[in-house]
Design a protein around this ligand. Structure first.
Ligand code: 5GP
Length: 192
């Protein structure tokens, strides 16, 4: 998606050769106009898949998933990263190693919210080593829900999770695929 690539070049900060900061339009300040365009791209790609629920992981995926779910007119469900006293104990649980925080999290969804007949579209902001997506796939597997697609805003192609998911047959639609980032010369190369 050309407009997203342009945003990444204009606003993104290359923190290292494998970490991109996009707090100023995606991860903290949320640029609704851009996110609406991104949601439209996923809608056009997945509109014939019978999506019944959009699934993401808190917190950065929520805005993207919500705008996308509103186009499909279906609920958005987000996996929680911790347990709180007001959550049910009837939960699906999966483990996710966080790329950015370098720690292991358990993620949870209430069993009443992810159902056997759901056709799930997974949405997230970044794809790095695929841990977050694998955790969400695991929750769907436990619920016997069908995953009909995966939408990623920024795939870091050099980290290979995209190749792995495509080779497993998932319909993965990444809106921008970064092939290489050079923090010294501040250059980002995109695929295609
Ligand atoms: P993965 O689970 O695929 O290894 O990493 C994806 C998750 O880590 C995403 O949910 C995202 O929040 C975070 N992440 C991975 N790489 C980056 C990055 O370069 N920049 C930012 N801001 N988040 C990232």
């Amino acid at each position: 998606m050309k407009a997203l690539e342009e945003y990444i070049v204009k606003y993104g900060q290359i923190k290292s050769k494998d970490i991109l900061k996009v707090d100023n339009f995606l991860n903290q300040l949320v640029d609704i106009k851009m996110l609406r365009e991104m949601a439209k791209e996923w809608y056009l790609h997945f509109k014939d898949k019978g999506v019944t629920k959009v699934l993401t992981i808190e917190a950065s995926g929520i805005a993207l998933a919500t705008l996308t779910a509103s186009l499909f007119d279906v609920p958005v469900l987000f996996a929680k990263k911790g347990l709180s006293s007001n959550m049910s104990s009837n939960l699906y649980q999966a483990k996710v190693f966080s790329f950015t925080h370098n720690n292991m999290n358990n993620i949870f969804v209430d069993k009443n919210y992810l159902l056997k007949n759901d056709k799930v579209l997974i949405i997230d902001d970044f794809l790095a080593n695929g841990q977050a997506v694998m955790g969400l796939l695991d929750l769907c597997y436990q619920a016997k829900a069908k995953v009909v697609g995966i939408g990623i805003a920024i795939e870091k192609g050099f980290q290979k999770a995209g190749d792995m998911l495509r080779s497993k047959g998932y319909d993965l639609k990444s809106l921008a695929i970064i092939e290489e980032m050079d923090p010294v010369n501040k250059i980002i190369k995109f695929k295609g």
